[in-house]
Design a protein around this ligand. Sequence first.
Ligand code: SAH
Length: 211
Amino acid sequence: MKFEARKIRLIMDLRKKGITSTNVLSAIEKVPREKFIPITFIDQAYENSALPIEEGQTISQPFIVAFMTQALSLERKSKVLEIGTGSGYQSAVLSYICRRVFTIERFDSLLKIAQSKFFISNIHNIVTRHGDGYLGWPEQAPFDRIIVTAASKSVPEELVKQLAEGGIMVIPLEDSQKNQKIYLIKKVGEQIFTEPLVPVRFVPLVEGKIS
Ligand code: SAH
């Protein structure tokens, strides 16, 4: 009950901030965010803020999760790849909108926790992989949508290759002044269109190091 009232308040706040997609709002409503965060922060489960998780990583702010998900223009049939499973919360939101979600995390410990959260939340359409997200998931490519939830200095080439024709990617990119923005990338034929969206603060996308 306590969580339900806070969740409704959060959904109203997201609407006010420009989240209009009913798919996205209803997915946020369905995912129990309190299950995806460490118990110490459980009281803040429905605050619109990022929170620390294990391995010094973070679960993103609900607004950013909703914003990036909305920017992906998902359809039920979209095959989605997420880089940076973290808590598993973003994957869970995607799993309520799309039939198939693939997610890669570089920390095996985080992946094990996330997998248990999917199980207890009765989510069975997320496939996980322990590995370096820079390399994508070639065996499963092409993907209709790719979402990167850690900040990179440039768009990883492999991910562009693994994006389907007509596909969309959202990714936080960091410039030389360490400012980050989410970018929307569209692949149309041989061409790549890039559009900056909003400023953000993500943990770094770390290349070539899995733990
Ligand atoms: N989507 C997550 C956000 C997690 S923070 C959530 O909803 O909670 C970003 C995550 O990206 C961290 O868990 C970090 O370990 C992971 N990460 C960073 N670099 C990576 C890489 N090269 N490959 C896979 N995961 C990576």
